[in-house]
Ligand binder design. Sequence first.
Ligand code: ZN
Length: 716
Amino acid sequence: MKINYDNGIKNIGNTARLKEVFARAGRGEALTIAFLGGSITQGSLASRPELCYAARVFKWWEETFPKAKFTYINAGIGATDSQFGCARAAEDVLSFKPDVISVEYAVNDENSPHYMETFEGVVRKLLGAENAPAVYTFYNVCYDTGVSAEEIHSKIAEYYGLPAFSIKSTIYPLLTSGEVKNRDITPDDLHPNDKGHEMVASVITYGLEKIRRGEIVNSESENCKKVAEESESGICETVSGGTPGNLPAPLTANAYEDSVRYRNQNAHIISCEGWTADDTKQEHITDIFKNGWTATEKGAKISFKVKGTCIGVQYRRTVQLPAPVAVARVDGEEKAKLDANFDETWGDKLCLDTLLDHGKGGEHVVEIEIIDAPEGSKLPFYLVSVISSGNPGPLFLEPSFAHTIWGGKRLREEFGYEEQGDDIGECWGISAHPSGESTVRSGAYAGKKLSELWERHPELFGNMNSKHDEERKYDRFPLLIKIIDAKADLSIQVHPDDEYAKVNENGSLGKTECWYILDCDEDSTLVIGHNAKDKKELEDMIDTGRWSEFIREIPVKKGDFIQIDPGTVHAIKGGIMLLETQQNSDITYRVYDYDRLQNGKPRQLHVKQSKDVITVPAKSASESVKNFAQTPENTVTEMYSCKYYTVSKVNVNGKLDLENDAPFLCLSVIRGEGKLGGSEIKKGDHILLPAGYGNLLLEGHMELVVSTAPGSIDNR
Ligand code: ZN
């Protein structure tokens, strides 16, 4: 019998973190080695715990580095998958701050997109841990059929640069060739016996030894090479060798990374009839039927409040028949029958059933009711936990500012921004544009630029990013939200449409924008449109500088909303403060700048392009302006909707519960203060609500301008 060990090294990945651990072990430091997985990791069918593969791999660490002091964490739980792994990784593994984590779920997960997502969730959670543990994986196999989730797990391992080892490529061929008899190494073709565990351990330690000796070096994945090329440092920092806060964009919708598990200490219970909380202490990680709830009577009901796009429920299936049956409902709708009868011999099982799979985000009510409690049931129904996933919070954004010849100081004095100078023209509140990026103020993504989140977390934006999925609509974050303080007049300008910009501006987007007047002087005006009746007159007026004849100035007041289509001549005049919602583009053609000088020189004009793109004749003035100063209280009033954006005004006086299913929402508080969910918000705040946030609860006395972009690819 000869194992071809080299075949077992499926992916070398980025070994930087592992090498760091080897170096520390060599120096005799104290290190913690953790093993996360299912029953094989737990040591099922090994005759003694110290004979299971995990204990044997741990022994390799001790023997290889005799000076170091190692701690062993076995976090294997039988018959559980990587979906549960996501929910328990923090408590069962990361709380020990392990330096190395082995993760395996290849015979617990299936080769399906669901398990690709849950495996990615657990891998991201481990790699992203603050102490930057080294993570590797390996793939067990069903010894009779050769089935495993290796194919789907490999995609994740390669993408994140995880070292990965395969049992299917090493031990399994010995069975198919007849060199080894199945029963010699596994009693049930799933769990190895002592001999089998020894062989599994040898495949892993062979790989670790090779990496330790430097006999195999980083064969960085394609993704890793790509990331390295694009990064400023030229190093792939985003995979297993890199820093925890720098994981690349997920391959899947990645709802499971932030899974939360609710048991009786932390659940939000709405009502409870006939259920008892089990408060007995959980002594060991495998002591799984603890801290849940039990019920024996038909009709017993318990309901919880949870938040998220994915919801699961864990309960016990028992071999002690007959057992009770329950149903699980989400928001009143039956989602699963939870049958506690387990017609097997190998023992009680912890079941995890999915109740909601990428459903609507936000708050849900989960109800569990016993519908059958047969006479002679020996055990009560055991409800272990409710798990919710996919529940991102609001992203508070720190704006950036533009100082301009026409700017003032009202953005500081009236909106409270800490920006110095008396020429602050623009606050870019929600921006992923390189000329002025917003950054996240606090929370898990603190300090990240919006464009970085767009690149690395497309799931926060409803996966609209065409860089990750060609079918999708946008190659950049689609909107840009500004507050503008015009102390003096802005230049007379016009923007191209997408088509013109694509051809003439290096594939850039055109620009459609709209304005909501926050404040203005009594007799304020704006330039919107022009008075030329045809193209010839237009060119004539521009060439001969008959500006007062050419431009159309119209009076405006507070609360006016103005849509500026591409091709519309426009200018903001002094004395006006407004909120601008626009396509994420900066292509502006300046038609006329009142012959002003900046640093002694006139600013550049774009006469030819302007003539090309100005719409003749202009849309009528009355069509362009609508007033929304007084909108009904505690209501959303849509101001405008086009193929680029929908912009609404929200007037809160008391409380407003808002339905929301948008791929993302941009919120800017323009007056007053109050609360969004549990967070305080006030005038001047810019907030991005990510996909899956769900319904909004707004309380207080305030006004907001809210916008989103159409997420559906049908609108392309
Ligand atoms: Zn403009």
